[in-house]
Each structure stands twice: as structure tokens, then as C-alpha cells.
Design a protein around this ligand. Structure first.
Ligand code: FAD
Ligand code: SF4
Length: 330
């Protein structure tokens, strides 16, 4: 692994100062399970993705850790570990969707030191991106190897130039819960709804979010759900532990007498960003969920454009969506 300078700031302002000084040659470091044990160890780099000279350890900043809840909702510091999220009774009672999504990440060991900020901002798992011999678009190269290569786990929706699927389970859940990100940078802090946090390859091929090199995620705010809101999480993977979603579904919606009032259906594992399935939500609006859900879930076919080896994911997305909505209702 390439050597690097390690900075241990005590405040967010200090951390931003180091990021400003190094530009795109510094990276924020949380648990390190992806950045150090993956990207840097495996020399994942390219013209548009240099290996960092400096790492800015965020675990030395007390402000970034902890869970606070009140009538407005819950605030979770970016450095809160996934295990702390899973074990929070407050979150489990009010946002079981997030608890279940966090619990489905990786293994207990990784959840013990992997953080929410790291999970949301982890880099994609495309095997060409992770292979050091493939200088693809996402690293600043001039080719996408998944188009003619093995694309069985790649995107079925929204892939253009690059066909990654966003790897984060918590991001999928947070978008369904209408959460917002607090971002800190040299100009101060700003709130960005998760609706606008993630960006696809057409908008920015080198990055997966709106975060600039000198910015970091400080905390996540989840608004209190409307009374009677139903929530459910499903994740389909090859192995029971240690595996990313082939397809996942996060559902959060308000109902009255089994009729869909308002809500969100978000799919993971299908697109370069956590994918809000508005085509399905529109089909359910004002309708009896039990009698409409099958047809509504089939609306995913109107937006899916599978690649040569992953048409099976369209069937999975449709079935898993239907099951997740019914599970939430039950
Ligand atoms: C074997 C294995 C299996 C896994 N399975 C899953 C899975 O099923 N589902 C899933 O969702 N994930 C999975 N992961 C990914 C894992 O959850 C992440 O590696 C972990 O959550 C990242 O947290 P971290 O704190 O270690 O991040 P780090 O490795 O420290 O950081 C990851 C990235 O986020 C950036 N970053 C970290 N914190 C911030 C911040 N506050 N602001 C801005 N940028 C930040 C870093 O610069 C880096 O680019 C798996 C990982 C492994 C190794
Ligand atoms: S899908 Fe994206 S990350 Fe994977 S090879 Fe193509 S350009 Fe690279």
C-alpha cells in the first residue's frame, strides 16, 4: 500500500482545513473498511482518482458521533458505527427500516467499526473498477468494461457510460425515509436532501455524490414519519452474510384503510444511485394497496433497460418490491 500522511483533527473546521490544503489528494477516513482495506490496499487508482497523499481521520472528532432523537426526528452523526445504529432502541422503534438495512450490511465485525458516513460514501464494487488493470471511465480512463464484459451484477436502470450499482444499504433506506445530509465545507454547512445527494454517471462520472473534495458529511437528519407510516426492508443477496444487495427494496408509506396515501419505494442494487421508483409510487397513489400492488410493481419494467447478463434482476426487482410493500402493510 502507498504511504500517506495521517491527520487527526479534533473539529470539523480543522478537518475541512486539511481537505482544502490537499484538494483531491486527501480523503476523509472513517472506519477504513473500504478506503484503506479496499481501495488503497488494492491500488484502485487512475487519472481521475489519484491515490491520496493524506488521510483525515474523522474518528478523532467527537461532534461526528452519536444519535439524538426528539419530536422532529432523529439526527445521526456521520461517525456513528453501524452497530450503534442497529442497537439504538430509539431508531428501532421509529425507523425500523434503517435498523434492518444497517443490520443487513456485511458482517458484525465490519458493522462494529464501519460508520454511517463511510457506508453512504463507499466507492462502487464493480469488479472492473476494483481491478487495478482496468482503466475505466470511473477512474478517468476511456472505456467501460462492463458493456462487453461480465455485467451480471450491474445496473438495469439509469446506466449511461458507467453501469455501477450504488452499494450502500443505509443510503437506500435513508432515501425512502426522506432523510437529509448535513455537509460541511470551507463556506460553512449546508443541508442536502438525499433526493439530491447522489449523482449518476451522466452528471459526474468520477463521483457518486455532490460532495466536493474539500467537503465532508457531518450528520444525517431523518424527519419523524407521519402517524401510521409503514416501513419495511428486503435485501436479496447470494450469501446470507458478507454480501452486497443483488436487489434491495426500502418501503416507507402512509396508509388509510389499506389505501396508499403517500410514501416512497426505493430500490438498491439496480442503478448507479439509490433508485426512487416513482413509477411504482404513482401506480399506488389513492388505491387499495392489496389489490393494486402486483400491477404497480410491474411498472419497474417500464424503466428497466437490462444489460446482456442481468435481465434476471428485473424479475427480482418486481417480485421483491411487491413482497416488501405487502410485508410493510402486514
Ligand atoms: C466484505 C465486505 C462486505 C460488505 N458488505 C456490505 C453490504 O452488504 N452492504 C453495504 O452497504 N456495505 C457493505 N460493505 C461496505 C461497508 O459497509 C463499508 O465498507 C463501510 O460501511 C464503510 O465504512 P467505513 O467507516 O469503514 O468507511 P471508510 O472506508 O473509512 O470510508 C469509505 C469512503 O467514504 C468516505 N467517507 C467516510 N466518511 C465520510 C464522511 N463523513 N464524509 C465524507 N466522506 C466520508 C471515505 O473517504 C471513503 O471514500 C462491505 C464491505 C466489506 C469489506
Ligand atoms: S461500470 Fe463503471 S466502474 Fe464499472 S467498468 Fe464500467 S465505467 Fe468502470
Amino acid at each position: 500500500m502507498k504511504s500517506f500522511e495521517l491527520y487527526e483533527p479534533k473539529t470539523v473546521r480543522e478537518a475541512v482545513g486539511v481537505l482544502v490544503k490537499f484538494g483531491n489528494k486527501a480523503r476523509p477516513l472513517a472506519g477504513g473498511s473500504d478506503l484503506v482495506a479496499g481501495v488503497m490496499k488494492d491500488w484502485v487508482q487512475g487519472k481521475g482518482m489519484p491515490l491520496p497523499d493524506a488521510l483525515v481521520d474523522l474518528t478523532t472528532i467527537p461532534q461526528l458521533k452519536g444519535i439524538k432523537a426528539d419530536a422532529r426526528g432523529a439526527t445521526i452523526g456521520a461517525n456513528t458505527t453501524l452497530t450503534e445504529i442497529v442497537e439504538s432502541k430509539e431508531l428501532k422503534d421509529r425507523f425500523p427500516l434503517l435498523t434492518e438495512a444497517a443490520q443487513s450490511v456485511a458482517s458484525p465485525l465490519i458493522r462494529n467499526f464501519g460508520t454511517l458516513g463511510g457506508n453512504i460514501n463507499q466507492r462502487p464494487r464493480c469488479w472492473f473498477f476494483r481491478g487495478k488493470d482496468f482503466n475505466c471511465y470511473k477512474k478517468g480512463g476511456d472505456f467501460c468494461y462492463s458493456v462487453s464484459g461480465d455485467n451480471r451484477y450491474h445496473a438495469i436502470i439509469g446506466g449511461e457510460l458507467c453501469y455501477i450499482v450504488h452499494p450502500s444499504d443505509t443510503a437506500t433506506a435513508l432515501l425512502a425515509l426522506n432523510a437529509q445530509a448535513k455537509i460541511a465545507g470551507p463556506a460553512g454547512e449546508r443541508m442536502v436532501p438525499f433526493d439530491n445527494y447522489f449523482v449518476g454517471p451522466r452528471q459526474d462520472i468520477l463521483n457518486e455524490s455532490v460532495l466536493k473534495p474539500e467537503e465532508l458529511l457531518v450528520e444525517v437528519f431523518i424527519p419523524a414519519p407521519a402517524p401510521g407510516t409503514k416501513q419495511a426492508w428486503s435485501k436479496l443477496k447470494n450469501r446470507e452474510v458478507y454480501d452486497f444487495a443483488i436487489v434491495s427494496v426500502a418501503a416507507a408509506f402512509a396508509v388509510q384503510n389499506d389505501t396508499w396515501v403517500d410514501g416512497r419505494i426505493v430500490l438498491g442494487g439496480v442503478a448507479p444511485v439509490p433508485y426512487r421508483a416513482t413509477a411504482i409510487e404513482t401506480q399506488l397513489k389513492g388505491k387499495n394497496i392489496k389489490t393494486s400492488v402486483k400491477q404497480a410493481a410491474a411498472a419497474i419494467r417500464t424503466v428497466a433497460r437490462p444489460m446482456s447478463m442481468n435481465a434476471y434482476k428485473v424479475d427480482l426487482a418486481q417480485t421483491l418490491t411487491e413482497r416488501t410493500i405487502l410485508a410493510a402493510l402486514a
